[in-house]
Write a protein that binds this ligand. Sequence first.
Ligand code: HEC
Length: 142
Amino acid sequence: MKITKPLNLAIIALAGFTFACGGGEKTSETTTTTPAAEAPAPEKEISLEEKYQDDPIYIKGLAKLKTSDCTSCHMVERKIVGPSYADVAAKYENTEENIDMLAKKVIEGGVGVWGEIPMPPHPTLSMEDARDMVSYVLLLKK
Ligand code: HEC
């Protein structure tokens, strides 16, 4: 009791002193902390769709994909029946050979690379269309 009271007073006095003296400093302190708090998180995730939406290869490939049944088994960033396009893009280097190889696989169908579920063949697709679709898929790298 004897100790706390003067101590409280001392704290109040000190607080008053800091407030009185640091009035100017206080504001500068708040202005320095505010931008840090408002700074956009550098790790903010943007979707692959957003990342590549303006790329002509993206636009062309996606338009062609939409005319086929691809989206019923594939999503961009989530595995459903088939692997996500992002997983396919991460697995294969974006080379002419890989685009040819994967375009053939889309046309002929196949199984065993990603698991037990087969991809059905797409015999009505031209090699050019299949290549444009695969070029879109391989573009989707993180
Ligand atoms: C009925 C479901 C289904 C449809 C429809 C489908 N796929 Fe697939 N796709 C799969 C499966 C399952 C795999 C994995 C095959 C494997 O493991 O070898 C696959 C694999 C792939 C791969 C990777 C091949 C590899 O060897 O790594 C690509 C690229 C692909 N699909 C593109 C397409 C495109 C483009 C279309 C539309 C024209 C399409 N898929 C339609 C199910 C499907």
